[in-house]
Write a protein that binds this ligand. Sequence first.
Ligand SMILES: C[S@@+](CC[C@H](N)C(=O)[O-])C[C@H]1O[C@@H](n2cnc3c(N)ncnc32)[C@H](O)[C@@H]1O
Length: 299
Amino acid sequence: MQPAETYKNRILQGDAQEALKALPDASVDLIVTSPPYADQRAATYGGVKADDYVEWFMPIASELKRVLKPEGSFVLNIKERVVNGERHTYVLELIIAMRKQGWLWTEEYVWHKRNCYPGKWPNRFRDAWERCIHFTKQKAFTMYQDAVMVPMGDWKNSRLQNLSETDQRRDNSRVLSGFGKNISNWIGREMAYPSNVLHLATECSNKSHSAAFPVELPSWFIKLFTQPGDLVLDPFMGSGTTAVAAQQLDRCYVGTELNPEYIAVAHERLREREGPNLFTVKEKKRSYKEEKQVLVNDD
Ligand SMILES: C[S@@+](CC[C@H](N)C(=O)[O-])C[C@H]1O[C@@H](n2cnc3c(N)ncnc32)[C@H](O)[C@@H]1O
């Protein structure tokens, strides 16, 4: 097995379960990914049957657990589809299987799709959110909360202007959870910590991949869980959105992807940002078409 440096800023072509074996143990700081959704988009990049999803995913999860550092995080963007008129339970089953494999189901973030267009269904409304499930290997994990702080906004001028007596002391939870709040602590501050709901528009400009997520999605988690120079893995790299986000934030990336055409799209997007530095001097001497081939086949 090669040292982690060998794989930094590379996308390995192949099935994630096999390709991930090339990565060393405990070498990755963060995994962010959106796997193929059960049975969906079968026409564009294949699909896994909802009933087989957990069985398909768990050997890959095992490799992800091996390559993730003990203090690292794994963010899984997924949403259960509707089968026979009801939500299938494979995501819930997946969470249980992940816990059995030794992962902690540390948190669940909601990606609210801000630009969702209206629609009419007989038995439900338009799906406007997806899960971003946060798994860790241990309770103590790396998290840089200050990196994702948000402006206090109007709250500063409305709620904080008229503080009640309770607002000015620690108000303990009435359900005796042990939590409490002192609203007056926020007076004079410009920034606050965000909630676990991310309000982001879906990706509309990426015409090369039918299921690309917006670059802001991996960016937010990359800022929250890594520092510059850290290594971010996406085992279902698609058109390279996670790699683009990592590159923009001065992190390193590594990915696996089944489809060489998507890898070519990813390289194109990365090259647009990085310019000629992306490729080694030797590779730069070849034509772009050859370069793409080399990068796809080298692995
Ligand atoms: C939901 S898409 C990811 C899109 C990506 N987040 C982006 O923004 O472009 C899932 C990707 O997983 C790839 N894929 C499917 N099965 C795979 C496997 N067994 N190993 C590696 N990649 C796979 C598909 O080709 C597809 O590009």
